[in-house]
Design a protein around this ligand. Structure first.
Ligand code: G6P
Length: 751
């Protein structure tokens, strides 16, 4: 629906009409006295002529009256003459300056000599408070030498005439001004409307919509400029996504500087990048096992900014300042972590209950029933409010760049939008998005979708998840969906739905130089496990989560050992399972199930100290993880459902020897990018077993070829490209918003 914005007419009136009124007023001020003096001159000339005419007409009678020495006889004649409304009085002056005859209206104080002097000036004089014109004319007859007539004309009529002229002139100028103003406003409004709609079409990406119009060259200049800038951004964006162009921390940083003018960056996530815990009376730093942290932390290192997260470590409070801030990384500060404190009850409801007991199983096809409780929902809402308040408190400008991470904070974008309407809010959903039927199970589905649609951009790992999300919104909310532009408009605000495959930081040469050699890693790991140097290691490295396909992986190993008994005693699965969400029954039960399965399989193949599975239920530090990646022959990523999975990418990055085989679930988002991995359906146990066998028998040349290709993909599609794509889109949307705000400030807009 169109609504008329009165701002434009008012601005136009101020801009065009006020100067017009000024010009007209000045014209009136100068022209009125000019016209007055001009007409006065005409009037005086006219009166002079009239005086001469009257004198000529009366001369005979005057001559006769003087000759008969009866000037009194002139009175009726004089009376008749002054019937003229302008001629007020007449007097006849003798040669000696005496008044021989006069009408009664002739002012007694006006002497003949004074009248003569006034007549010579030929201007108006004031007598008895009235403006008059005095004219003296000699009576040119035989007996009238020195005799003259004094004629007094009333100038009151001239004042009236001047007033009328002034009023008339002002009225004409006012009407003219009004007509010119109205026409100007109308024409400007029409041109502006067409220009505004042109700008809007351009912003919508309709090329050619602002083709220069011959009637408005100044507009087409601006349009050209705008088009050039938008194209520049498009090009930069395209270049950024063209293969061959390397993305790294420096490039991301410079992009933030140029396209986003180094504006304030705020990240919010549940998980923090560094946890401080107490171990044996000492405070130690731990990096949590989280794909989110793996991906987002390098971005904050590159771009600085503030990261708001739940302070979950038992020594977290001891390491922050009075504003709950801590600079990270501690040895080389690059960004600020603001810790948020969540009490036990809220943590139970928000984190364990709603997020991980409800949304996590809801979004993963893992055959674990989601649980939704009203009390958990309340906590979830409350904690989201807390995060939103913290983001708002950290904002130093009215339009910061805000990155909201994951399913823990689905409500926060709307809450932030209400307080910071100009902010650019990017929400990234790190886990899969289910189909509309599955999502419909959630009793608060509309509220969650509404919350997320407070974002400027919502990012998923794959197009498939974007499609699921758009279908879900279409099913449960009244919105306008533009498939072509991948946008959803809700509550008058558009949200871009886009896929951004997440990745990892690609290690620099300097970092790689510090790594222990592959040979050393192989030797050390095997030594620690009591294995001989030739022992084959299949590595599994996950959080202890039921979505990771750990059961299926172990079953596949069992199947392989059954079918290939020559591998018994030669091949082991080293499974690192970092404890996670242990308060939840599903996770406890899963852990028991896995420990029992590992024990069963180990018992089944036990001989001469051989263990088929080494299960470590513990959190490993970055160096140890790196050593394991480099020591393994195979890496098994067999998630039964996974948004992306970064373990596989880390494994690839660690293998600078270009060896090692990756077995990857087709249900992990990463499988779409990493086509040179051996893809498996983890539910198909024998297929996974076969893939393991194929990996173990794979010739070195093929291993190299596959690993080289995988490495070039991950190097190119690293986490800086991920962030660059999102921030690039954010920059373009911000530019569009700014232009639109300007356009809106001047013109009429779509409601
Ligand atoms: C997934 C989620 C992350 C989360 C991580 C670890 O990757 O997408 O948001 O941080 O799991 O889980 P946790 O519950 O320990 O944070």
């Amino acid at each position: 629906m169109k609504r008329l914005n009165l701002y434009l007419p008012i601005r136009l009136q101020l801009r065009f009409v006020v100067p017009l009124i000024l010009v007209m007023t000045i014209t009136a001020l100068f022209s009125i006295p000019l016209i007055d003096s001009l007409t006065m001159r005409w009037v005086l000339r006219d009166l002079g002529m009239r005086a001469s005419l009257v004198t000529t007409t009366l001369s005979d009678s005057i001559d006769e009256a003087l000759r008969s020495k009866d000037p009194q006889s002139l009175q009726p004649l004089f009376q008749r003459a002054i019937r003229d409304e302008k001629l007020m009085a007449i007097a006849l002056c003798g040669a000696d300056g005496s008044v021989l005859q006069k009408t009664p209206e002739f002012p007694p104080e006006l002497r003949c000599a004074d009248a003569n002097a006034a007549s010579r000036l030929d201007s108006s004089i004031t007598l008895q408070g009235r403006a008059m014109h005095v004219a003296t004319r000699s009576v040119e007859e035989e007996n009238t030498r020195g005799i003259h007539l004094v004629l007094l004309h009333d100038l009151g009529f001239q004042e009236q005439r001047s007033r009328d002229t002034r009023n008339y002139l002002l009225s004409v100028l006012a009407v003219l001004g009004a007509v010119i103003s109205a026409t100007t406003v109308l024409i400007a409004n029409l041109s502006w409307r067409s220009w505004v709609s042109g700008v809007k079409s351009l912003l919508r990406g309709e090329e050619g919509s602002l083709a220069p119009q011959p009637s408005s060259p100044e507009f087409s200049q601006v349009a050209d400029e705008l088009r050039r800038r938008l194209r520049q951004l498009e090009d930069e964006h395209r270049r950024a996504h063209t293969t061959g162009q390397e993305w790294d921390a420096a490039r991301l940083k410079s992009m933030l500087k140029s396209d986003l003018r180094d504006e304030q960056l705020i990240v919010a996530s549940n998980r923090e990048p560094s946890v401080h815990v107490r171990r044996a009376g000492k405070i130690v730093t731990m990096r949590p096992a989280s794909g989110l942290v793996t991906a987002v932390e390098p971005i904050l290192r590159a771009c600085s900014g503030t990261w708001i997260a739940h302070g979950s470590g038992d020594a977290d409070r001891d390491t922050v300042d009075s504003r709950d801030h801590i600079l990270l990384p501690e040895h080389q500060p690059a960004y600020t972590l603001r810790r948020l404190w969540i009490d036990r009850i809220d943590e139970a409801g928000y984190y364990y209950g709603f997020a991980n007991g409800g949304l996590w199983p809801l979004c993963h096809i893992a055959h674990v029933r989601p649980t939704f409780r009203e009390a958990d929902w309340e906590c979830y809402r409350r904690v989201n409010e807390k995060f939103a308040a913290a983001v708002i408190a950290e904002a130093r400008i009215k339009d910061p760049l805000i990155l909201i991470q994951d399913y823990h904070l689905a409500l926060a974008p709307r809450m932030i939008r209400e307080k910071l309407p100009d902010a650019t809010i990017i929400s990234f959903w790190h886990i899969p998005w289910p189909n509309p039927e599955s999502f419909g199970i959630c009793p608060w589905r509309e509220e969650l979708l509404d919350g997320m649609l407070g974002s400027t951009i919502i990012g998923f790992h794959t197009r498939f998840h974007c499609k699921n999300f758009m279908e879900t919104v279409d099913r449960y909310l009244e919105t306008r969906i533009e498939q072509e532009h991948s946008t959803i408009s809700f509550r008058g605000q558009p949200t871009l739905i886009e896929s951004y495959p997440i990745s990892i930081h690609w290690p620099s040469e300097r970092e790689r130089a510090a790594w222990p050699t592959i040979a050393k890693c192989r030797r050390d790991v095997r030594q620690r496990l009591g294995l001989d140097a030739q022992h084959l290691i299949a590595l599994g490295l996950d959080r202890f989560d039921y979505t990771k396909g750990i059961t299926e992986r172990m079953q596949a190993l069992r199947s392989l050992l059954e079918q290939q008994p020559q591998l018994v005693g030669r091949l082991s699965l080293v499974q690192i399972a970092a404890p996670t969400r242990e308060e939840l029954d599903e996770y406890q039960a899963f852990r028991v199930e896995i420990e029992q399965l590992a024990a069963q399989i180990n018992a089944r193949f036990a001989r001469d100290g051989y263990r088929a599975i080494y299960l470590f239920t513990e959190h490993k530090g970055a160096e140890e993880v790196q050593e394991l990646y480099r020591a393994a022959d195979i890496c098994l990523v067999t998630s039964i459902h996974d948004g992306m999975n970064l373990v596989c990418k880390e494994f690839i990055a660690a293998r600078d020897d270009e060896d090692g085989v990756l077995i990857l679930s087709q249900f992990a988002g990463a499988s779409r990018e990493l086509s040179e991995a051996l893809h498996v359906n983890p539910y198909h146990i024998e297929e996974t077993a076969q893939a393991m066998l194929r990996a173990l028998n794979m010739p070195i040349a093929e291993r190299r070829e596959r690993m080289q290709s995988l490495r070039s993909t991950v190097r190119e599609y690293n986490v800086y490209r991920w962030a660059g794509a999102m921030l690039g889109d954010a920059a373009r949307l911000r530019l569009k918003d700014r232009v639109q705000a300007r356009v809106r400030a001047y013109g009429s807009v779509d409601a």
